[in-house]
Design a binder for this molecule. Sequence first.
Ligand SMILES: [Zn+2]
Length: 407
Amino acid sequence: MSFRFHVWRFATSVVVGAVATTGIATGAAASGLGGGGVMYVAKPKIMRVNCVRRCASHRRARSGSTLRIKGTDLGAIHMVTFHGSYGRADDIALRVRSGSSSRLNARVPMGAVGGPISVAVSRSLRSRRTRAIPILPAPPPSPNPELTPVPGPRDAGAPRLETGTSRTTAFFDARRAVVFSFRLSGRSARSVQVDLVSAADGSVVKTWSPPAVAPGAIQTIAWSGKLGGAAAHPGRYSFRVTARAPDGAVARSAQIQDYSRDSFDLYQYRFPIRGRHDYGGAGARFGAGRSGHSHQGQDVMARCGRPLVAARGGRVQYSGYHRAAGNYIVIDGSGTGTDYGYMHLAEPSPFRKGDRVYTGQRIGSVGRTGDATDCHLHFEMWTAPGWYEGGRPVDPLSSLEAWDGWS
Ligand SMILES: [Zn+2]
């Protein structure tokens, strides 16, 4: 058992009794330590981490695996943090409940990348980080666009289920991000429920209760990637259907932990050039010098004629011709407050001001109209309230590179 001083941030202004009500184990009395809220608390320690379930080969962990963490003073642990690689941007904290002071199981969240892990009792009482633990990415969802019989759990006498999901990669605000289909056969159902499950934490994020239909009819549910009016978090999602027979027998399309069937990865943006491209040299960068001003976007080099699509759907703010920008279009990205500008299009975009555009929808072709020598897309991002409306241009390169990584 190792103890250490644990000093609460608010210690000086709080009496000892009040601090103790937080339920954290206290060791020795605080007297003689300056009073206030100083007390001994066992610091959790990780000795060993092993992958025990759903592991990749050589017992390596991957998203969806279960890790067994062994150590000391793990009884009050609430949180496991996967620290990933550099910086905090890729940290993922996972709530856990520990039943034992010496061992603890934690599922590797979707999207966690290899790196150290730590466990925590509270924000400030945390174990040391382990050495980096390799984490393989989850395999992509297995496509099942056609209706096929499901292997899920089924009571005797329950309806039989077939399901299909239109795609394994979906984009927020695409016209129909993803379509789930299902059909009952055998007996009719008294009730049918379709849940959308987030693989990040296993929670049900949306539920549909379609009217129970006769066996043989195909039902479809389309989801745009919205939850409560806002863009859903990017990540892996799965459709789950539960059908109940009149006598209560239940059939499910999959186990709740199965993130391969009827699953898809949701992204919020799509890379705007459909084809080979590169980011050019220093002169292509945001902020590069131009005569009389600085470059307000990133140039992406690609052959003339390559399809251009909307990185994010939304409402067209401007579409027209300018002697420097050539044929251009600016789209107010739905739910972002950001305006996305696309310049030097080969032809005028067919879209006009006020038109609705969906993520991934074609808006034109790469060209070199206006002040351009090589074929390329000049891409701009402007903060709210928007393009030449009081917003300011921001460097879009890191966004482009991120979108490039998946689409
Ligand atoms: Zn440019």
